[in-house]
Design a protein around this ligand. Structure first.
Ligand SMILES: Nc1ncnc2c1ncn2[C@@H]1O[C@H](COP(=O)(O)OP(=O)(O)OP(=O)(O)O)[C@@H](O)[C@H]1O
Ligand SMILES: [Zn+2]
Length: 636
């Protein structure tokens, strides 16, 4: 029988081929890059591969995720991809896992069995998590990403190279809450608002920026209406849809006009008449809705009438389906979920009508909501190819990884020398990195305003990427998540930071944050600061990312004597604030060449390592448009 591996033996040599065939690999993500990568790995002789992906195949994936066909729509990506590449080499064992790589079954013990991990992901959150797993288990990680024509591949190894988090990621563009809630003037503000309304109605309502404490000082005009869950009957759902529409687009608007919120505005918002909304709510048509019945429907722009009908139709779709109903209260917005996106388009356009802002088609609203830059199949293919080249260098193991491997850029139009691929040396770990270095991070925030729940979800989870935090102050455990977690500690979540047990978290308090699922152990030093909402819409600043000094108002609060301080906190915070302009100046030049590189397609010299780092961190297969990022406060 002919040697199936003759060509590989000829190109790799016996020794390397044997290592390749013996290696056990984990691929995370079976999307645009992942499909290319799995095909490349199998054709390069790798025989033992596990692949994890949480998603099912959507029709929109078919143009570039070439392992998938029309008949696979709705099926698990990892399972279909595994079966498809197995055909390329029947000797290969490809194990598919349909699930979120952040779930406990893919934790430290799972990762420990592999020789090498390759990421083919599309979001920072999952990348950070895999980075931490690989650091904890000392596994080499080949990280990748593309945005349109740009892409990069890098190799991460504990103690040898920078980890994924050594360079701070640029924070996504934020909008002040007051702009979103009261004074929108751009379509993006209305899309963000509509996503928050989606969260209020279908997700964790308390996490929505439209959530108003029902027990608060000012009784909310809409909370009781929107959080009432209708019965499954069509009439009950229509009545609910009508009530929500009227509450949001008539009553609430009129209330704010009455409160003089728009004094001085060039043009007052105009409430939509409640009678019309009620009538339109009854004219809904369930899925496939009337708008989705004709070709090109997603490019149509729905006015008030179509939007109100669609709004009602989405509520009917959710509440009349037993399967969807049970997820109300925990749904997450997903731009690829048609009901979610129809709802957001409809709500965005009704909001836009109220504020005289141009309306959006479903297609355009989806572009804004998902920060979409069209994925380019060729870039994915190039990047997946580069990942395999780095994998071979690691397999060869002739040199330490930092010397053997590269950080490789795929540029749009090449450098002055005409290079489209630009390798640069891997950097050593950053000493200041809170994940692989100091394990300490400073957070500046208003301890009197922020609740502990907001701190856990927005600071620890969203910003610092902690998966299952356990939080202690001094020797007292104040919160934990995960298996066997003490549920009683959840009572601390609604409390303001400074009202927490043990003297509260005040200026200079050190919190010990552990995450067993990531083997992470970090000291979070909290400094009390009151920020101007316009300048720091998130309401908090992490580490060296302090904004210009003017944003930080000196603390009115003395360091707490009761809670553990980590030495002269007020002085330290003042020093941090004073150091800000230098930090900001240092950061700025790195952003500029990177942006030019993206727009002008490499009319610059190849990016310097630091400039390049800025591109890298922004790169994401569903990455954001520089000028139109829509992520706002509290958005994941
Ligand atoms: N936490 C995660 N666990 C497992 N798989 C993940 C996780 N996060 C993202 N993925 C997968 O990573 C892949 C990334 O591929 P890609 O960027 O091509 O995404 P996509 O969703 O297929 O495309 P698009 O977003 O452009 O529609 C997706 O298949 C996605 O399901
Ligand atoms: Zn690091």
């Amino acid at each position: 029988m002919a040697d199936r591996y003759a060509h590989l033996r000829a190109s790799l040599g016996d020794e390397l081929l044997a290592k390749v065939q013996a290696a056990k690999l984990l691929v995370v993500g079976a999307g645009g890059i992942g499909c290319e990568l799995l095909k490349n790995l199998v054709l390069t002789g790798f025989l033992n591969i596990h692949v994890v992906d949480l998603d099912i195949i959507d029709v929109s994936n078919l143009n570039r995720q070439f392992l998938f066909r029309q008949e696979h729509v709705g099926m698990s990506k990892s399972q279909v991809a595994a079966a498809a590449v197995k055909v390329f080499n029947p000797d290969a064992t490809i194990v598919a896992h349909h699930g979120n790589v952040k779930s406990p079954e893919f934790g430290l013990n799972f990762v420990a069995q592999f020789d090498l991990v390759l990421n083919a992901l599309d979001n920072v959150d999952a990348r950070r998590h895999v980075n931490r797993l690989c650091l904890a288990k000392d596994k080499p990680l080949i990280e990748s990403g593309t945005t349109g024509y740009l892409g990069q591949v890098t190799v991460i190894r504990k103690g040898e190279t920078e980890c994924y988090e050594c360079q701070p990621k640029p924070t996504q563009k934020s909008y002040p809450i007051c702009t979103i809630r009261s004074t929108p003037d751009k379509p993006v503000h209305c899309v963000v608002w509509a996503k928050e309304l989606f969260r209020l109605l279908f997700g964790r309502a308390e996490d929505s920026m439209l959530y108003e404490d029902p027990a608060g000082d000012e009784p909310s005009a809409y909370m009781a209406t929107v959080t009432a869950r209708p019965e499954a009957s069509a009439d009950a759902i229509t009545a609910y849809a009508a009530a929500v529409l009227v509450a949001q687009f008539e009553t609430e608007v009129a209330k704010r006009i009455g409160m003089d919120v728009y004094k001085g505005a060039k043009r007052l918002p105009e409430a939509v008449a409640g009678g019309a909304l009620r009538a339109l709510a009854a004219e809904y048509a369930q899925a496939p809705s009337r708008v989705a019945r004709k070709a090109g429907w997603d490019r149509d722009v729905w006015g008030v009438e179509e939007s109100a009908r669609e709004f009602s139709a989405c509520l009917h779709d959710v509440y009349s389906s037993a399967a969807l109903r049970e997820h109300v209260g925990s749904m997450e917005f997903d731009k690829d979920d048609k009901i979610a996106m129809r709802f957001v388009t409809a709500a965005c356009n009704l909001r836009s009508v109220v504020f005289h802002i141009p309306l959006q088609s479903y297609h355009d609203a989806k572009g804004i909501a998902g920060n979409i830059i069209a994925a380019i199949a060729t870039t994915n293919a190039i990047i997946a190819g580069l990942q395999v080249l780095e994998a071979l260098k690691i397999m060869r193991a002739a040199k330490p990884i930092r010397e053997a491997c590269n950080y490789v850029w795929c540029l749009r139009e090449g450098t002055r020398k005409g290079l489209l691929l630009q390798p640069t040396a891997l950097e050593p770990p950053s000493k200041g990195c809170f994940v692989c270095g100091t394990r300490t991070v400073d957070v500046h925030l208003d301890t009197a305003a922020l609740t502990f729940g907001e701190f856990v979800s927005r600071v620890l989870k969203s910003r610092l990427g902690v998966n299952e935090p356990s939080v202690s102050v001094g020797s007292s455990l104040i919160y934990e998540e995960g298996e066997d977690a003490a549920q009683g500690l959840r009572a601390n979540l609604p409390k303001r930071l400074r009202d927490l047990p043990g003297g509260g978290v005040t200026d200079g308090t050190s919190l010990s944050v552990e995450d067993f699922s990531q083997d992470l152990d970090v000291t979070v030093c909290v400094y009390h600061r009151v920020f101007d909402e316009e300048e720091v819409p998130d309401g908090f600043v992490v580490g060296g990312q302090m904004p210009v000094a003017s944003a930080a108002k000196p603390s009115a609060e003395p360091p707490s004597a009761e809670t553990g301080t980590n030495g002269a906190p007020a002085a330290a915070a003042a020093a941090a604030a004073a150091a800000v302009p230098a930090a900001a100046a240092a950061a700025a030049p790195t952003a500029q060449p990177a942006k030019r590189g993206r727009e002008d397609g490499g009319s610059e010299e190849p990016p310097s390592k630091r400039a390049a780092a800025t591109v890298a961190t922004a790169v994401d297969t569903t990455g954001g448009d520089d000028d139109d990022d829509v992520i706002c406060v509290g958005d994941d």
